[in-house]
Each structure stands twice: as structure tokens, then as C-alpha cells.
Design a protein around this ligand. Structure first.
Ligand code: SAM
Length: 281
């Protein structure tokens, strides 16, 4: 991979999780990268760290732990739980769960092809434990792509409690697509199911780290500066038939997972927020 596209960000975030295994607990993070790509990814990460902010390793490790904990809790509470990871990138959740549950990962077709191939290699060499992971190559910007997620929820996962994760991507989409995705989740999730997501708030627009990130994503991934989708808790609160179970931020989660205060200066971090929603009956 590494094709100067926004999907390359999935390598950067895997590298971040790998650099703080103590917090992320993602022992497989670096394995997703083929050995021939390791130094290219490390050097891209160093550029990002120098040009944007130096805390991506800690921030992404905390984010991984936050969502892993919520997913573990959901799997423990529901015998027939299933996990749907939308825009899954190179995350390792199916392999980190204490109790294996059926997992479905959606991403752009070239990312899914890459990950499937790598998963086969890592499983046959005994690095990854055997898990039930199915892949859907699709584009969530397209109606036919979202329809594939709808069919999955409506057929294979009908009436099962599902945990849908939308991580690292809400700000790369747009309101129309986010609303259409929630239409799909609302239609396909049974009451008591959950959606977990992270989001960036509108006051980020003048934030120095965000301005540098916009520039970096523009030059390295060709992602246009005007295309970020920023929203607040009120917007999430208006999503019909979901209620907010929990909301948190990377800086307030730092003490739970890292016992440090490196992220306490809001001007030097990328202020990410997390939300956990429950589908109402
Ligand atoms: C920043 S990465 C986050 C990956 C992963 N969720 C994580 O948190 O590590 C964004 C992911 O969204 C995927 N993505 C971006 N646009 C997409 C689209 N239109 N349809 C499907 N996947 C998309 C990218 O390929 C990439 O894997």
C-alpha cells in the first residue's frame, strides 16, 4: 500500500499503536506492515511527529484501549454479540478480544485486499490466532457501499446484538454520509446494540495542531483542507433512536490508561473525543 491516499493514515495509526504497546495492548500492530514497508512507515511517522505533533503514539494507543475495553465489555455482556468495524484499517480488535466473537471488517477494496493477504500470512506463520473475521471491500461514500453494510446487518446479523465501530474516520466523511450510515445502523441494529465512534469538534478549526495536520494530510495524502467534517456532542445527541451511554476525550482518558499527564496541554495535542451510543427500542 502506501499510495499517497488518505488510507495511508491506517499505517501511521498502526505505527502509533505499535510504539505504545504498553497502553494500546495491540501486540499485532506492527505485524500488519510488511517487513519491506517498515522503514518507509517509520520515516513517514517521524515526519508526521515532527511536522504535526509528537503525541500521536500515546493518543492512538489510548483510543485503541478505550474502544477495546468497550468492545470487551459488550462481548462479555452478550453471548451472541457480533462486531462490525466500519473503516477498520489495520486495527487488530478481533485478535485482542478475550472471548472470540464473529467480526466483520469494512474498508476500501484495496485496503481489504491488503489486510486479507497479510492476515493469511500472519495466521499461517502462527503470529495471529485463528479468529472468525470476514471482510467487505466497499466505499462508504457510495450508496451501494453502505447497502453492503445494510445487507450484513439485515441478514447475517439480524436480531443479534451488534457493536459497530466507526473509528478514525468520522472527520474524513461528510454529514450526508454520516447521516446515511446512521440510517443503516438504525435500520439494522437491534435495541441494546451499540455504536462507538470518535469525533473532532468544530472549535478545532483554529487549533494549531489541526492546522498542521490539515497541511500534512494535504501534502502527503492529497486530502483537501476544506473537507473535514467536525461536529459536537449536541449533533450526536440528535441522532434518532440512539442515546449517549458515555462520552470522553483523549486527555481525560489518559489517566485511566497511561497514568501520565502528557496530554494535559490542549494546545499541544489533537483533542479527540469518543462517544458510545446505544440503540433504543
Ligand atoms: C485513519 S484510518 C483509521 C483506521 C482504523 N479505524 C483505525 O482507527 O486505526 C481511516 C480508514 O478509513 C478508510 N476509509 C477512508 N475513506 C473510506 C471510504 N470512503 N470507504 C471505506 N473506507 C474508507 C481508510 O481506508 C482507512 O483504513
Amino acid at each position: 500500500m502506501l499510495r499517497q491516499h488518505i488510507s495511508d493514515r491506517s499505517f501511521l495509526v498502526a505505527e502509533s499503536r505499535a510504539r505504545r504497546l504498553d497502553v494500546s495492548r495491540d501486540a499485532y500492530a506492527r505485524h500488519w506492515m510488511p517487513p519491506t514497508r517498515l522503514s518507509a512507515v517509520a520515516s513517514l511517522w517521524d515526519d508526521f511527529s515532527r511536522e504535526v505533533y509528537p503525541h500521536d503514539d500515546l493518543e492512538l494507543a489510548i483510543r485503541n484501549r478505550f474502544f477495546l475495553d468497550r468492545l470487551q465489555g459488550f462481548a462479555a455482556a452478550h453471548e451472541d454479540a457480533a462486531f462490525v468495524n466500519v473503516c477498520a484499517g489495520l486495527t487488530s480488535y478481533p485478535f485482542l478480544l478475550e472471548r472470540p466473537i464473529p467480526c466483520f471488517e469494512c474498508d476500501l477494496p484495496h485496503v481489504v485486499r491488503f489486510k486479507q493477504r497479510r492476515m493469511a500470512e500472519l495466521s499461517s506463520s502462527g503470529i495471529l490466532p485463528r479468529r472468525s473475521v470476514s471482510f467487505l471491500g466497499l466505499d462508504v461514500l457510495r450508496e451501494d457501499g453502505r447497502h453492503q453494510i445494510q445487507s450484513l446487518l439485515d441478514t447475517k446479523l439480524a436480531n443479534r446484538p451488534t457493536f459497530v465501530l466507526l473509528e478514525g474516520v468520522s472527520y474524513l466523511l461528510n454529514f450526508g454520509v454520516l447521516e446515511a450510515l446512521f440510517d443503516v445502523f438504525r435500520e439494522g441494529q437491534s435495541p441494546g446494540s451499540q455504536v462507538a465512534m470518535d469525533f473532532w469538534m468544530p472549535d478545532l478549526r483554529q487549533h494549531p495542531v489541526f492546522l498542521r495536520l490539515q497541511k500534512f494530510f494535504g501534502t502527503h495524502f492529497g486530502f483537501p483542507a476544506q473537507d473535514y467534517c467536525l461536529f459536537d456532542r449536541e449533533w450526536i445527541g440528535r441522532i434518532r433512536r440512539y442515546r449517549m451511554l458515555e462520552s470522553s476525550s483523549v486527555s481525560s482518558s489518559e489517566q485511566s490508561y497511561a497514568a501520565s499527564t502528557v496530554l494535559s496541554n490542549e494546545r499541544e495535542i489533537l483533542p479527540e473525543n469518543y462517544a458510545l451510543l446505544e440503540r433504543l427500542s
